[in-house]
Each structure stands twice: as structure tokens, then as C-alpha cells.
Design a protein around this ligand. Sequence first.
Ligand code: RNT
Ligand code: ZN
Length: 419
Amino acid sequence: MTIKERYAAAKEFYAGVGIDTDAVIAKMKELPVSLHCWQGDDVTGFDHDGPLTGGIQTTGNYPGKARTPEELMADMDKTMSLMPGKKKLNVHACYAIFENGEFADRDKLEPKHFAKWVEFAKERNMGIDFNPTFFSHPMVKDGLTLSSPDEETRNFWIEHGKACIRISEYFAKETGIPCVMNIWTGDGFKDIPADRMGPRVRYKESIEAILAEPFDKNLVKPCVESKVFGIGVEAYTTGSAEFSLTFAATHEGCLPLMDNGHYHPTEVVSDKIPALLAFFPEIALHITRPIRWDSDHVVLFDDETKEMAKEIVRCEALDRVYMALDYFDASINRVSAWAVGFRSWQKALLMALCTPNAELKKLQDENRMTELMVRQEEVKMYPLGDVWAQYCEECGVPQDRDLFAEVEKYEKEVLANRK
Ligand code: RNT
Ligand code: ZN
């Protein structure tokens, strides 16, 4: 059977359970998901030579890492040709592009240092999200930035944050699409601190100082991302879950950002999404895959990924949740890592939209829990693969079966020449 024939049968099946798959596919094509530039070069960026520091780490040395803006952009183009759906570009401040020998430190960054990214995004009809980079820099003092007891250190990073607000507003104005600006620091301690509140009060005041930079709240959406612990800062993280959530709740216009790799292993972000949506007009997500103590593995089409997408869809919150990918694997082909992760989240969204959510909710509200279990298991075996195949076909991207060959070809023709 051809893809078309398989899709026709699936479409009829789904119509029988009240789902219009043509409408679902049309919706999928319009849902922006942020694609993180940092999978292409192991979070290195272009403004320093040193290693990645500050509570995060990449492991692996698979050949073919992008070394220049041109290589990174070429790889992103390749990777985007392998993904169905609408993309938004996600850039970190350390990806500033300096020309003709000029250099600006993080506290002095200007919109012009990101003009090339704007050009790239505009040509591809994408919005841009942004992230100040509070790591991999000599001004990280004793593992601390915005929460440092040293005033000069704090001020340097506050200036960085303010510069990033100005750059975020520039992105939004240039692209006509709001820019989500995420504040994450790896500030914390390896071992038991003697003062847990002091750093948090300083962190709070520093973020407030950054947000005092004037900006249009319709154009820039600042977020605070929490983390339970970081590599090398196992005992204490300044920006804990309670800190970040309370900060966002008490500062209008500031969104909470949940990264699903940043909680204790038995906690699930799928359950936190509706909790936050009951209070916040908008929230943001970093979609990743945690394993044991570490986050940032390539997103797969696994249970929690499906569950997160389901929550966004059944809370009817697709326009209230900013979805961004955040992972970095240096041990496999990076273009493949990008593509598999993005495609997995697309599959999860597609599955959520192809689920008879209203019918299932009714069973719950009527306390028909036996039937609910039976039906929820039934949904898992619906012919989603045939809808996915049609969606990929319509978007002109490879089918799952052909993905690896495409990746391999690019590796041979392009990546292998980077010695
Ligand atoms: C780190 C955070 C953060 C980073 C990116 C690069 O644990 O998840 O979001 O991954 O900013
Ligand atoms: Zn994150």
C-alpha cells in the first residue's frame, strides 16, 4: 500500500472516533517548536575557546562538530530539511557572531552581533528565542554569577542580562514574532553550604535588576528556569524549583520555564504543566530526556514525552505554552540527534491531537474508570504511523525509514571533511 492509501484508511478510522486528521495535520504545520542551535557544536558557541563549564556538560567526541557560524547554519539547514513542522530558532548569547576582528564581552553585547542570525531566521520565516549565557566564562566566580557575593561579578552578569533583553527585543521587532528569553544559571555549591538564603536573595535582586531594563512585554517574554542540581554543584542550586516558580509567580510578565530533566526522577513535568496552567497565562518548557542523574539526552517518542504533549493539547494550551527543545549529545551524529529529537516531539504532539480527549475526559468525570483504562489502552494502538507518514510526505521530509540514509549521506559529503 502507498502512503496515500494507508493514510486514507487511517483517516477513515480516526473519523470514526471523531478526529479529523486533515485538520490535525494542518494544525501541526503551524505549531512553532524552538530548535536549539547548541546541539550542533556541543554548547560551545563563538565567543570563547575554553571548555563548557557551569553545571552542564557534553560528553563524546563524534566527528563533524560545527566550528564556525557558517558550518552551524549549514548543519541547521540540513537538519531542518529532515523535520516536519514549524521551527523557531533558539540561540544562546555565546553564539554572537563577531566580524572583522571585533569582539564584545558578554556585558557589552549588542543587537548587531546577532544580525547574521536575524538574517538566517528571516530568510527561513522563523522567529527567534534567546538565552543569556551565564556559563563558560572567566567572570563565573567560584561557580556563581547572579547570586555571587561579589558585587563586581553580579554587576557584570546583570549587565549581560540587560544586554540580552535589548537583543531579544531586537529579535522580536525584526521577525515580528515575540522572543522568549530564558534565564538559567548553574549557580550553586558542590557541597553543603552554610547559607542557603543569601545566594537566593541576591539571585532574586539580580533578576529584578535585569528585568528593570525597559522592554515591551508583548515582544519579550522573560522566563526563569529551575534546576535541581548541576554537575559539580550537586549539593545546592540557587535557582531551585521553588525559587524559580515563586519568582515567576510574583513578577508580572515573567514566565516559569520547566525543563523536564531538572526534577527528582520520580517527578514528572506532565503533571506540573496543568498545575501551572491553572495560574499562569503562559508558561515555557525545555523538552529533553533525563536519564538517572543527568538531563539533556536526545528526546525520544517515550511515555513521558507523549504525556507532556497530551497535557498541553488537552488543556487546550497550545497557544499558552512555549515549547523548546534542550539537549546536546556529542557522542552521535549531531544532525541525527537534532532530527530525532525534533521528530519525536512532533510525533508526541501528533499523537496528542489524534486522541479523543473529550471522550476520555467525560469517562473520568462520570467516574467510569474501568472503561477509561480500557479506552486509554485502545488509543495506543490507533494507526498513528500512517498519519505521521502522510504528515512527513506533505512536509517534504524523509520517512522514518529513510532518515538514516539522509544523515549518513550528509556525514560522508560534509561532516567527514571537518578535520
Ligand atoms: C541546563 C539548562 C539550560 C541549558 C541551555 C544550554 O541544565 O537546561 O537550559 O541546557 O541553556
Ligand atoms: Zn534547559
